[in-house]
Design a protein around this ligand. Structure first.
Ligand code: ADP
Ligand code: MG
Length: 255
């Protein structure tokens, strides 16, 4: 076994990244001059009010979107220099995506939902099925492989979605409001599972959330407001307010 390389190098590095949208005659500054690093094998959260640029930031990190300015490095790759096709291929290999509303396909079993990202690979059907079943075991759903999403609880559906994000063994797991549609118990179970992916498999996990409970699970928090990454005293104040709402011991420190 090779030594764990946790924390050695940044898996994500953003250098002076901005993203502007043109809307009619207006220009929306969704993100302005954002620089940050997330080390390999860490669990980081982007937090901030609605419209502060969290999803924009996540989409840049996962190669779904491109910056107007600045450079985005993930896993040693400068994403700016990839064209659309290269970016899609890069994403399929390196990123697992998790969404608020799970985005499962209702007519497919849990197993087939999880196996879907592997359709892009040249693995045999038997191997795709085998890997999907392993991923479902990791999230504790080996007894639900044949179930369709509508026969599963919200918490179980999110675990199927997490298995789907894991199945291609990506370096980076990216989740946009993964607990936004879950009750308290399932929200905590989901956060705990994401933390486990970091601890047991060395995954780097980056999540957007409003949920103050997330502070009890993550290693690193970035606070956003109006497209700006807060720093210093402003970040500390935002952090303290959330920590107060978290209702328990908080692991994460502003980094
Ligand atoms: P958050 O996820 O924090 O709620 P977003 O990153 O979705 O915020 O959005 C940040 C800002 O950028 C908002 O003002 C939003 O309206 C704007 N925005 C996001 N996507 C687009 C788009 N495709 N076109 C125009 N404006 C957008
Ligand atoms: Mg959002």
């Amino acid at each position: 076994m090779s030594e764990p390389s946790v924390g050695r190098e940044p898996l994500i590095r953003l250098e002076h990244v901005s993203r502007r949208y043109v809307r009619g005659v207006d220009e929306v500054h969704a993100l302005e001059d954002c620089s940050l690093e997330v080390s390999q094998g860490r669990f980081a959260a982007f937090m901030g009010p609605s419209g502060s640029g969290k999803s924009t930031l996540l989409n840049l990190v996962s190669g779904i979107d491109r910056p107007s300015d600045g450079r985005v490095f993930v896993s040693g790759q400068l994403l700016n220099e990839l064209d659309e096709d290269e970016l899609a291929a890069w994403r399929a290999r390196h990123v697992g995506l998790i969404f608020q509303f799970f985005n499962l396909i209702p007519v497919l079993s849990a197993r087939d939902n999880v196996a879907l990202p592997l359709l892009l690979s040249d693995l045999s059907r038997a191997e795709r099925t085998r890997r999907a079943e392993i991923a479902l075991r990791v999230v504790g759903l080996e007894h639900r492989v044949d179930h369709s999403p509508r026969t599963l609880s919200g918490g179980e559906q999110q675990r199927v979605a997490i298995a789907r994000a894991l199945v291609s063994d990506p370096d980076l797991i990216v989740a946009d409001e993964p607990t936004g549609d879950l009750d308290a118990k399932n929200a905590e179970a989901t956060l705990d599972l994401l933390r486990q992916l970091k601890e047991e498999f060395g995954k780097t996990v980056v999540m957007v959330t409003h949920d103050p409970r997330a502070l009890r699970f993550v290693d690193q928090v970035f606070h956003l407001d109006k497209g700006l990454l807060l720093e210093g005293e402003e970040a500390r104040r935002a952090h303290d307010a959330l920590a107060l709402a978290a209702g328990g011991p908080v692991r994460a420190r502003e980094v």
